[in-house]
Design a protein around this ligand. Structure first.
Ligand code: ATP
Length: 333
């Protein structure tokens, strides 16, 4: 059943080319239509503001990661849900055009995920996300993904689908011995933290690191800690003794990233100096590139060294997916 044919028939699977379970990297997550309108200023409650023409872009953290990896040459499959509306087929077609294996994309009756984005004259965003079909990717979907989870070298996850589904997929990866990359975005995490011990690595930005490092009753102001100390704290275990990730990557925007592998010392990897035009989706470009290089067998440090180049390239052009680089566009470290 194709994504279009799935209308009104429950979750169908996209009859794409290639088999998802053969991919080196499997991204499980969200796919959204980003509806963007530029406005002179954001409306106040009850007010109407006239804006510019509507622009519709493919987005969603999961789809962004898959496209970022595919542009760089990865063999990558994406598993998720689109709706039975026109956005659904547009989103699946876009992934396929970028070379992403869409055989594990199902169609749910009803709307696709949508992000309503207004951008004001100062470039500030106001975003409302309607998860749509992404919200219907329940934990029961994990069983059908089992062969793909087993066959993948790396499974990459984010938090725009139900957290219980993310946790269930991680548990299955843990049993199968498949490496898991979890991007804690958008946080905070709202499922049991025992699965964090399976993260290799847990990927957080500075804001998400505050949540991840919080230790109830501890009294230390997380925001007062330097990023490297926040990273160390997450690696010591936070909510429970068994909540320590196997490894950690903390992204720092223009300052690059810090990584800690197991009991090792933190390593800081600076980002290439570039002229930033639009940082939208930089984190997804970073994580997609990171997960792919890990699937290729790179060490965590080498994968981070590659990922900072992908993240930097993504800030040099407008938008998320349109800004994602091919290898020839990667700045040097
Ligand atoms: P976003 O929410 O904008 O997608 P994020 O907050 O998840 O991003 P960041 O830490 O801002 O993540 O950026 C991710 C990576 O992108 C950084 O580690 C870095 O490699 C790259 N990057 C981001 N901003 C810049 C910049 N101004 N110059 C160079 N590289 C950047």
């Amino acid at each position: 059943m194709s994504a279009d044919q799935g209308a009104g028939h429950g979750a169908g699977h996209e009859a794409g080319h290639g088999a998802g379970h053969e991919a080196g990297l499997l991204v499980v997550g969200s796919v959204n239509a980003d509806l963007v309108v530029r406005v002179p200023r954001h409306p106040r409650p009850g007010e109407t503001v006239l804006g510019g023409d509507l622009a519709v872009h493919p987005g969603g953290k999961g789809a962004n990661q898959a496209v970022a990896a595919a542009r760089l040459g990865a063999q990558v499959a994406f598993a998720g849900r689109v709706g039975s509306d026109a956005h659904g087929s547009m989103l699946v077609d876009g992934l396929r055009r970028d070379g992403v294996d869409v055989s594990l994309v199902g169609t749910e009756p009803g709307p696709s995920g949508v992000a309503l984005i207004t951008v004001d004259g100062r470039g500030e965003n106001a975003i409302t996300v309607s998860p749509g079909a992404n919200g219907r990717l329940g934990p029961d979907a994990a069983e059908a993904l089992e062969p793909a989870l087993r066959a993948a070298a790396v499974v990459s996850l984010q938090l725009e689908i139900p957290h219980e589904t993310v946790a269930e997929i991680m548990r299955r990866c843990g049993r199968a011995g498949t490496r898991v990359v979890l991007n804690l975005s958008p946080g905070p995490w709202a499922a049991p933290t025992d699965v964090w011990r399976l993260c290799d690595p847990l990927v957080v930005n500075e804001h998400e690191a505050l949540d991840a490092a919080a230790r109830p009753g501890d009294g230390t102001a997380e925001s007062a800690l330097a990023p490297v100390d926040r990273a160390r704290r997450i690696m010591r275990g936070t909510h429970a003794v068994d909540a320590r990730p196997r490894s950690l990557v903390l992204t720092l925007g223009a300052a690059g990233a810090i990584c800690i592998d197991g009991d090792g010392e933190p390593a800081h990897v600076p980002a290439p100096a570039v002229e930033a035009v639009d940082t939208t989706g930089a984190g997804d470009a970073f994580t997609g590139a990171l997960a792919w290089r890990l699937a290729c067998g790179d060490s965590l440090l080498d994968a981070v060294r590659y990922a900072v180049r992908a993240g930097a390239a993504a800030v040099t052009a407008e938008g998320a997916q349109p800004s994602y680089p091919t290898p020839d566009r990667l700045p040097l470290l």
